[in-house]
Design a protein around this ligand. Structure first.
Ligand code: ADP
Ligand code: MG
Length: 660
């Protein structure tokens, strides 16, 4: 069966479904509701009247429609419910008039005002609800109604013959789980809360079991994989470290030792370096690259964006100047012949370190002897991509750098396939960033503070959630802020905007001008890279701060405080002030991420929404962590059984590892 075989589904609907990433009947049945509406009819005579209630009623009078003003009409009629005659009004549903005939049984959902004896309904159903009705609510797109989507899903469920259950039989038995098909039916279609919970438990467990199975499988494979035992002159590495313009912190030293040991070891390196923005992860990676090139192998460093790649490149190039190490940059915006030249030199082995975006490794780039790959901002990588960092059959050592500290227990689970080095100590002389939560009404004083900073020759980041002014959302946007700033500062302070819709080359130019100090205030959305390093920037102002998780805000403010001058962060918000105050009090990314966890804020656990690692269909790590731990144990055991060779598992595990 295909989507087009469903009743009332034509090309238009298929297009809408596609926009929800639904392409097949399977996609449809695995498209889960994100919440449920629960309707339970009450007796208005004795219900508490504050909340929205559901009532069963019979229409008693012919509905009247009144047009109040443009875009506002009201339909009013009387109903009888539990012997109570009540005046009902519904706004903007004048089209219902013809179907609301006297004597008809309907269900109304809305609020009752006993004094006025009036019921304002916001929803209505042409049937009585007996006892309890639970309606799944799905994320939809404009043009696709929840009800219709629900009916397509129901039809799909009725027509699908079987689905794979990835929970092994013995575990299904042990936990007394529903079978998969029953769980799917309940999750989409049940009036019993208990059944829905049972279904959810099964599906969550299955999802996390598979996730952990992949992680544990990767771990096992990595332990078996032989890498290159590197040989390098340690004296030379020490000399390089001694010549750095600063002393390494204790944690940096430890991380360097970890990496150098990994390089020497025959085992393949698969290491995660975790640490706050600005904690100095990059230099650790650079030292590892230097050692690797001393042993005769090439290095690739991949950043999530061109801006970051260029920044890394310039930094590394400077550091490598006194040494016999060739550094090159490879990005999409380069000229064709420049590009080709670098590709040739990578093939011939002339280049020792190449810096680029994540496209670097998947592109048609051939290395002579790639020994080490570094990826910046690891959290943007999903488990399915982790092992794809191989190039033409070469399986290099890998270092991941992540500026999203996550609590240790979580890290040990979801990054179980990697070894980790944690950098907690801050480079010396680093001051903490003074943070203030401010109401929008206090903006004036914030503007004054900004102006003072600019007068001192310092620079400022301004962050807003939207690009341009939109009617439908009440959020600060980059365009409006630029206009306001230019007005307030009478164009005496050069400002510029930066956001995801600006072309790469243009972005780079703006960033360059900001780095050089030509632009004083940079007004940007958060797509602007977390790792951008402009030492002279001392202030960051974040509008609608309530929109972001604490970890994200902490990462954002990490763009300032990059030298010994005092730095400031202003969180502008009229809401959730208590939550934001955590940032006033702490500068420790690990503590802050713990707080984020405790608050279990929707969708924002790991700094970025929908970050590669954490896209689950039904599980939610903030609530389902215990299940995750159980799934971890169970999947470890399962991996050692012969059942794992079963085709349905090997197919999945193959896709993770791509082993050739
Ligand atoms: P991260 O990648 O962890 O966000 P970076 O490696 O970009 O941090 O380091 C931020 C800045 O701090 C860089 O300019 C770097 O040169 C500098 N730095 C790194 N380690 C030290 C140190 N031990 N002492 C002083 N400055 C340091
Ligand atoms: Mg960095």
């Amino acid at each position: 069966m295909e989507l087009k075989d469903l009743k009332k589904v034509g090309p238009k609907t298929i297009e809408l479904l596609n926009r929800l990433n639904i392409f097949t009947i399977e996609d449809l049945i695995f498209y889960y509701p994100y919440r449920y509406n629960i309707y339970k009819p009450v007796d208005l005579n004795n219900s508490d009247l504050i909340d929205t209630v559901t009532i069963n009623a019979v229409i008693e009078s012919i509905p009247k429609v009144s047009y109040i003003r443009k875009n506002l009409n009201k339909i009013s009629f009387q109903v009888l419910t539990n012997n109570l005659l009540v005046n009902v009004s519904i706004f903007n549903r004048s089209f219902l008039k013809a179907s609301l005939t006297v004597g008809k049984s309907i269900t109304l959902i809305g609020k009752y005002d006993r004094k006025k004896n009036s019921f304002v309904a916001n929803d209505l159903k042409f049937d009585w609800i007996n006892q309890l009705k639970i309606e799944p609510v799905y994320h939809v797109v404009k043009g696709l109604k929840n009800n219709n989507l629900h009916s397509y899903i129901k039809e799909a469920l009725n027509n699908i013959e079987c689905v794979s259950d990835y929970v092994p039989d013995n575990l299904n038995e042990k936990y007394d789980f529903l079978n998969k098909m029953t769980a799917l039916n309940y999750i989409h279609n049940s009036n019993d809360i208990k059944k829905i919970k049972q279904a959810k438990l099964k599906l969550v467990y299955e999802e996390l079991f598979l996730f952990m199975l992949k992680i544990n499988f990767l771990k096992k494979k990595n332990n078996e994989l032989l890498g290159l035992a590197r040989n390098f002159d340690e004296e030379k590495v020490n000399e390089f470290i001694d010549n750095l313009p600063f002393l390494l912190t204790i944690d940096q030293q430890k991380a360097v030792i970890d990496c150098l040991n990994d390089l020497r070891s025959k085992r393949r390196m698969n290491r995660l370096i975790q640490g706050d923005v600005g904690s100095g992860k990059t230099i650790v990676a650079i030292i590892a690259m230097y050692a690797n090139s001393l042993s005769g192998y090439q290095n690739a460093l991949m950043a999530p964006t061109e801006i970051l790649a260029i920044q890394h490149y310039e930094n590394i190039k400077k550091l490598m100047t006194p040494y016999d190490v060739n550094v090159a940059l490879l990005v999409g915006s380069q000229k064709k012949n420049e590009h080709n030249e670098i590709i040739e030199k990578l093939d011939s082995g002339e280049i020792d370190i190449v810096v680029g975006t994540h496209a670097l490794i998947s592109e048609d780039v051939k290395f002579k002897n790639l020994g080490l790959v570094i990826t910046d901002e690891q959290h943007r990588f999903g488990v399915n991509q982790r092992s794809n960092l191989q190039n033409k059959g070469i399986k290099p050592d890998i270092i991941y750098m992540s500026a999203t500290p996550i609590p240790r227990t979580y890290a040990l689970t979801i990054y179980n396939d990697m070894d980790t080095s944690i950098i907690k100590t801050k480079p010396s002389g680093r001051k903490s960033i003074k943070t203030f939560v401010k109401k929008e009404s206090e903006l004036k004083s914030v503007l004054q503070d900004i102006f003072e900073e600019v007068k001192k020759g310092h620079q400022v980041y301004v962050v807003a959630p939207a690009i341009s002014d939109r009617e439908d959302v009440n959020l600060w946007d980059v365009d409006t802020l630029k206009r306001n700033f230019d007005k307030v500062f009478q164009k005496k302070v050069p400002t510029a905007i930066l956001h995801g819709k600006i072309k790469a080359l243009e972005k780079e130019k703006i960033m360059q001008k900001f780095k050089e100090g030509e632009i004083k205030i940079l007004i940007a959305t958060t797509v602007i890279e977390v790792g951008v390093d402009v030492k002279n920037a001392t202030t960051i102002v974040i509008f609608n701060a309530e929109n972001y998780g604490l970890a994200t805000l902490h990462q954002l403010r990490g763009r300032v405080g990059r030298n010994e001058i005092d730095s400031y962060c202003y969180l502008i918000s009229n809401k959730e002030v208590d939550r934001l105050k955590v940032l006033e009090e702490s500068n420790d990314g690990f503590y802050i991420s713990e707080q984020d966890f405790l608050m279990r804020r929707e969708g924002d656990l790991f700094g970025t929404k929908q970050s590669g690692d954490m896209v689950f269909k039904i599980a939610d790590l903030r609530h389902d962590f215990k299940i995750l731990l159980q799934a971890k144990k169970d999947s470890e055991k399962f991996l050692n059984t012969s059942e794992v060779n079963n085709l349905k598992y090997s197919k999945i595990l193959e896709s993770v590892t791509n082993l050739d």
